[in-house]
Design a protein around this ligand. Sequence first.
Ligand code: GLC
Ligand code: CA
Length: 558
Amino acid sequence: MKSQWWKKSVVYQIYPKSFYDSNGDGVGDLKGVIQKLDYLKGLGIDVIWLSPVYQSPMDDNGYDISNYQAIAEEFGSMEDMDRLIIEAEKRDIKIIMDLVVNHTSDEHPWFLESKRDLHNPKRDWYIWKNGKEDGTPPNNWRSIFGGSCWEYDEQTNQYYLHVFSKKQPDLNWENPQVRNEVYKMIRWWMDKGLSGFRVDAITFIKKREDYSDIVSNSFDGLSPIADVSLNQDGIHQFLMELNEKAFSPYDILTVAEAPGVTSKELPKYVGENGYFNMLFEFDHVDLDLGKEGKWYQPNNWNLLQFKTAISTSQNIYNELGWGALYLENHDQPRSLNKFIKPDGISTTSAKMLATVYFLLKGTPFIYQGQEIGMTNVSYESIEEYNDLASIDQYQSALKEGYSIEEALAAIWKRSRDNARTPMQWNDTRNAGFTTSDPWLKVNCNYTSINVENSIENRDSIYYFYKELIHLRKSSEYSDVIVFGKYQALLENHPEIIAYYREFKNKKILIIANFEDEEIKAELDLSVKKIILTNYKNASTNLKDLTLRPYEAIVYEID
Ligand code: GLC
Ligand code: CA
């Protein structure tokens, strides 16, 4: 029987390139992570999810791996990685890594061999197809980062498939040799003392097998590959095997990035014999995304939709499985900018957001900088952006007739670089992230928003997160926060989110106002105690409650 230790954990995600630069080359690194372990220990987290540090040409900042068993030079060495695991362990912190096995880099030796000739033993390790009779790509599928998902190779006169960039060719999971090689690699890392994996883009590993065109209504004649390569029939066999051969021998945390999985399918993914312990859902963070995921045609959304997205999965987790609770990661803009109106962004609203997601049923994830309230950036021109997706979205917007200003405004809102700006440690040059020029420009608000200020100021967002972690890990409310049943309240209230959690004889109520004005609520419940609030005090009259702007309160109730 496994301990399921991850149920009680709080995970902190590190995007190594932007976390802390120990040697002044402008790029964050593993030694930098080691130097900041005490900071993380102080915050109270107990698991680090490290975004990829494997050897990579860095086309997609490490999500394009050219050697799974080596560390990228700019991040350090395998010795540094081993030391990180040991130093973290000394502080009771576990490390999980990103597992990127939908694709490799086009510079991975497997691909270099596969590409060599039609009869190479590794030819079938990737997905190669002939073009159409007129020489155009095999079909009209559009890759996630724009353009055809097929790249022509002159030498063998065939195309290879890439769901993401052309430097990220997809592995052919239909080939059992590929799968076995992947499992072997996973076990190699496990034996090094890793505590699990965040499993990248895993719902893409099975493609629709006829590889035919799909109807397109788009300016480029293409159609999103997601429709034919996300969570397709037959994927279950691969995932079952992955679990059996690579994960199940170990007592580890596995969290899958799993777009395309509907709530009906959650049992298969995270149920009792599920493929993973938990998965990242997208509904609640992608509310603002328009059709086909175009950033420049955003969706108007409201709080009721957010509440529905949360409740749908929480209700399932009452019965089976486990939630992965998050508002931010390296692919998402900062949560303050997404969920709060520009004028409302403040310490108070940041604490409100924290309260709302952190006390749901599941394991909370904090993305670096979220704990100090870091926000989006607005670079003046597209040249200053690094993110592949931003550059593609910008160009598509221009092709579809939007102006430069409009295209840029969409990037400001949605760019993945919003979350990738260097971590703001203090108010010295470049936010104390590096002693030279950082690889991506620091957000100019670092003089006020930074770790040093946050630690000096008792009222900061940082201390609020620390308090939430403390409540969850070591207070009389730990059990109800970790294991309690979720129940939504005020489901049709358009401005307030409320739910309670219940375990044995304990009940806690979480209530929060998403507006920057006073809002009334009425609940037929009685207060035993105020546990936490983002104001100095809180009302105890739930029957006639007026919540102040962005007020959030956690109560113990009868
Ligand atoms: C995942 C990662 C993202 C990356 C993509 C391709 O979505 O989170 O950063 O670009 O996979 O590996
Ligand atoms: Ca460095």
